[in-house]
Design a protein around this ligand. Structure first.
Ligand SMILES: *[C@@H]1O[C@H](CO)[C@@H](O)[C@H](O)[C@H]1NC(C)=O
Ligand SMILES: *[C@@H]1O[C@H](CO)[C@@H](O)[C@H](O)[C@H]1NC(C)=O
Ligand SMILES: *[C@@H]1O[C@H](CO)[C@@H](O)[C@H](O)[C@H]1NC(C)=O
Ligand SMILES: *[C@@H]1O[C@H](CO)[C@@H](O)[C@H](O)[C@H]1NC(C)=O
Ligand SMILES: *[C@@H]1O[C@H](CO)[C@@H](O)[C@H](O)[C@H]1NC(C)=O
Ligand SMILES: *[C@@H]1O[C@H](CO)[C@@H](O)[C@H](O)[C@H]1NC(C)=O
Ligand SMILES: *[C@@H]1O[C@H](CO)[C@@H](O)[C@H](O)[C@H]1NC(C)=O
Length: 456
C-alpha cells in the first residue's frame, strides 16, 4: 500500500490502432495512465526550502479527446480557487501540486469524459509525510551485568509513513557513526536493542554512544534519539554469568501478513553463550529451505519472507539449540496467516463490435483475493445493479434503475458480464471492480460499436 509511485500503463496496441483508424468517429474514454498504488505521499517544504511538486496521474484516450475533472473528498475540485499553485497539465488530466501544502491531504479522484461515455479512475489517498524529532534525546548511563541479557529501549518518534528505527554507534563531536553488526546485538521491530549477553567488549570508547535513530526513506531524512553510555559490572559469583537461553523478544504468537509484502519473524533469545547456540526455523515442523525469497537475517534471529505468498501460511517455529548438554532447547511458535487484496488473474479486454452483426459480447474478470472479493461492474461510472431474479434460474440480472441497459439484454453470472442484442446505446466505458475488506482491484475497458465499412 505504501508509497507506490509505479505507473500503470494500460496501452493496448489494438486499441490505439483502432483509435487511429476511425479518427473522427466514436471511441469512449478509457484509462491509459494512472497510479498503481492507492496512496500518494508528499512533502511540505520547510521554511526557506524549495517546494517539492508532486503529480496525480490521470490520462485517458478517446475520440473526441476526453475532458477531465477531479473530485476531492467526493466533492467537485474547483481548480480556479488555487490559482497557479495546483494546475492541470492539459491536454491530459494529470494534476500537479506546484507548492504542496498541509491542506492538500484528501481523497482525490479523476474522471474523463467525452460524448460516448466516461472513465472513472481509482481514488487516490493523498497524505503528507512527516518525521518528528524524538521526545527523548538525552544521554543516559546504563549499568549492565556481564553475561546477562540487556534491553535498551527506544521510542520511535511520530512519523508518517512510520519511521524505521535502528541503533548505531555515534562519536560525539565528529558525528562519525558506525553500524552495529554483531551476532550478540539485535534490534527488534519496535526499535529496542537487545544484547544476548553483555560483555566487556560492549563498553565503548570515551565520547562514543549507543544512539537510537529513526529514518524516513520517503523523506530521505533521519533523526537522532536517546544516547546510551554503557557501564559493565561483574557479578561476584562467576558461575552466575552462565545462564540458560531465555527468550527476549518473539513475534506475536499469531500474525497476519499481506500477500506481496515483507514478513519478518523474530526470535531473539539471550543470556546464553552465542557461540554455542543457534536458531533453527521450521515451517509446519519441517526445516525451511532458504532461497532468494526466504532467508535468515540478524544472524538467524529473524526469518525474512519477501513478497509473501498465500502458500507461506502455516505454523512457524524457531528452535533455540544449545550445544551444551545441560541447557534445555527451547522453541517458540508463530502462526502466520496470509490475506490478500484483490488482484487480477486476467481482466476484461475492450471490444469493438460491428453494428447489426455482433449479437453478443462477453467480458470476463478473473480476480483472486483473501477474503474472496466481490465483483461490481460499472457502466460509465454507474454500478450495474445486481438483483437476484426469480424468474431466471441462477442468473443475476441488473435492475433497470441504475443502468440504461435493460435487464433482459444483460446478465452477470459469477465473473462474466454478457450483453446481447447490442444497441448503439451500449457504447461506453465499463469497469470491473473487485473488492474485499483490504482493498480493491479495478480495471476499465470499453465497448464500441462501429459500422461494418470501417474495416473495408
Ligand atoms: C470555481 O471557483 C471560482 C472562483 O472562486 C468561481 O467563480 C466558480 O463559480 C467556481 N466553479 C464551480 C463549478 O464551483
Ligand atoms: C500529459 O501532460 C504532461 C504534462 O504536460 C506531459 O508531460 C505528458 O506528456 C502528457 N501526456 C500526454 C499523453 O499527452
Ligand atoms: C471500487 O470499489 C471500492 C469499494 O467499494 C471503491 O472504494 C472504489 O472507489 C471503487 N473504484 C472505482 C474505480 O470505482
Ligand atoms: C502448513 O500447514 C497448514 C495446515 O495444514 C497448511 O494450510 C499450510 O499450507 C502449510 N504451509 C506450508 C508452507 O506448507
Ligand atoms: C537440543 O537439540 C539438539 C538438536 O536437535 C540435540 O542434539 C540436543 O541433544 C538437544 N539438547 C537437549 C538438552 O535436549
Ligand atoms: C442496423 O439496423 C438498424 C435497424 O434495423 C438500421 O436502422 C441501421 O441502418 C443498421 N445499420 C447498419 C450499419 O446496417
Ligand atoms: C440496487 O437495487 C436495489 C433494489 O432495486 C436498491 O435498493 C439499491 O439501492 C440499488 N443499489 C445501487 C448501488 O444502485
Amino acid at each position: 500500500m505504501l508509497c507506490k509511485s509505479n505507473i500503470r500503463l494500460q496501452l493496448n496496441l489494438f486499441t490505439l490502432l483502432l483509435a487511429l483508424i476511425h479518427n473522427g468517429s466514436t471511441l469512449p474514454p478509457f484509462i491509459i495512465k494512472q497510479h498503481d498504488g492507492r496512496e500518494i505521499l508528499y512533502k511540505v517544504a520547510s521554511k526557506g526550502n524549495h517546494p517539492k511538486p508532486f503529480s496525480l496521474l490521470c490520462e485517458a484516450a478517446g475520440d473526441p479527446m476526453p475532458r477531465y475533472r477531479w473530485t476531492k473528498n467526493g466533492e467537485h475540485f474547483n481548480l480556479t480557487e488555487y490559482g497557479n499553485r495546483i494546475i492541470m497539465n492539459s491536454p491530459n488530466g494529470t494534476l500537479t501540486f506546484l507548492v504542496p501544502k498541509d491542506e492538500d491531504e484528501g481523497i482525490y479522484q479523476c474522471f474523463a469524459k467525452n460524448k460516448h461515455g466516461f472513465a472513472t479512475f481509482s481514488p487516490l489517498i493523498v497524505r503528507k509525510s512527516y518525521l518528528e524529532g524524538f521526545k527523548d534525546d538525552s544521554i543516559q548511563v546504563v549499568e549492565a551485568v556481564a553475561g546477562r541479557p540487556l534491553k535498551l529501549e527506544c521510542k520511535a518518534p511520530n512519523a508518517y509513513p512510520p519511521a524505521s528505527v535502528y541503533w548505531m554507534i555515534q562519536t560525539r563531536g565528529s558525528g562519525e557513526i558506525q553500524s552495529i553488526d554483531d551476532a550478540r546485538k539485535t534490534v527488534d521491530p519496535d526499535g529496542n536493542l537487545w544484547f544476548i549477553s553483555v560483555s566487556d567488549d560492549d563498553v565503548l570508547k570515551s565520547g562514543e554512544y549507543y544512539t537510537c535513530a529513526a529514518s524516513s526513506r520517503f523523506r530521505n531524512e533521519y533523526k537522532l534519539g536517546i544516547r546510551v553510555q554503557l557501564k559493565v559490572i561483574h557479578a561476584n559469583n562467576e558461575k552466575e554469568e552462565k545462564i540458560t537461553p531465555i527468550v527476549q523478544y518473539v513475534s506475536a504468537p499469531s500474525i497476519v501478513s499481506l500477500r506481496g509484502q515483507r514478513t519478518e519473524l523474530f526470535c531473539i533469545y539471550g543470556g546464553s553463550d552465542p557461540l554455542h547456540t543457534r536458531v533453527i526455523w521450521k515451517i509446519n515442523g519441517t526445516t525451511i529451505n532458504y532461497d532468494k525469497r526466504i532467508k535468515e537475517r540478524n544472524f538467524g534471529k529473524s526469518l525474512l519472507i519477501r513478497d509473501t505468498r498465500i502458500l507461506d501460511r502455516g505454523l512457524y517455529s524457531c528452535e533455540i539449540i544449545s550445544d551444551s548438554k545441560e541447557t534445555a532447547n527451547q522453541s517458540s511458535l508463530i502462526n502466520v496467516d496470509v490475506l490478500a487484496e484483490p488482484y487480477f488473474i486476467s481482466y476484461p479486454q475492450s471490444i469493438v463490435a460491428i453494428e447489426n452483426q455482433t449479437k453478443v459480447v462477453e467480458f470476463t474478470c478473473e480476480v483472486r483475493g483473501l477474503p474472496e472479493p466481490t465483483i461490481i461492474w460499472t457502466y460509465n461510472g454507474r454500478v450495474l445493479n445486481i438483483t437476484t431474479s426469480n424468474d431466471n434460474d441462477n442468473e443475476l440480472v441488473t435492475s433497470t434503475q441504475s443502468s440504461e441497459i435493460s435487464r433482459e439484454r444483460l446478465s452477470i453470472v459469477k465473473n462474466k458480464l454478457t450483453i446481447k442484442d447490442l444497441m448503439k446505446s451500449d457504447i461506453g466505458n465499463y469497469g470491473c471492480n473487485a473488492t474485499n475488506n483490504l482493498g480493491f482491484a479495478y480495471r476499465d475497458f470499453y465497448l464500441d460499436i462501429v459500422k461494418p465499412q470501417t474495416f473495408s
